[in-house]
Design a binder for this molecule. Structure first.
Ligand SMILES: [Fe+2]
Length: 147
């Protein structure tokens, strides 16, 4: 099972935005028997963590800004394996080197490529034939640790 969540194009998560349904940009996917999966979503955007309280005061004292690079959160679970809770960042985000919460690791940064040919998208992608092309595309190769 794979669960994912992200912010919307306005930079806000559903729980921060009264105009979004509570489950907006949240999904659970069933992974195929061979471990493969594919999904489509909007590209997440960079956003500022709330900086109107103590966390903002601390960031200002440290001379840091409140930006987080765009990312997609995931929880991956499989029988006999330890769950993996992580996030992935597009390699072209301008805030990779200044993440307010220090979440960026080299192994979590992915190239996003511009796909113009729908035939190049994974055949198992449910929206493959209906996506407005071109789209951004990224490939994840994940390995879970044994339990
Ligand atoms: Fe986030």
């Amino acid at each position: 099972m794979l669960a994912l969540w992200q912010n919307s194009g306005n930079g806000l998560y559903a729980q921060q935005d009264r105009d979004q349904a509570p489950t907006n940009y949240h999904a659970r996917l069933k992974v195929a028997d061979d471990g493969s999966f594919a999904f489509s979503t909007v590209r997440p955007v960079s956003y500022k963590v709330p900086d109107d309280g103590p966390a903002g005061d601390m960031l200002r004292v440290l001379g840091r800004d409140a930006w987080r690079p765009a990312h997609l959160h995931m929880i991956i679970q499989a029988p006999g394996h330890r769950p993996l809770i992580t996030e992935f960042f597009p390699e072209d985000d301008e805030h990779l080197d200044g993440d307010a919460v220090f979440g960026v690791r080299a192994g979590l940064v992915l190239p996003f490529s511009r796909a113009v040919d729908r035939a190049a998208l994974p055949a198992v992608l449910a929206a493959r034939d209906s996506l407005p092309m071109p789209v951004w595309s990224a490939t994840l190769n994940l390995a879970l640790a044994p339990a």
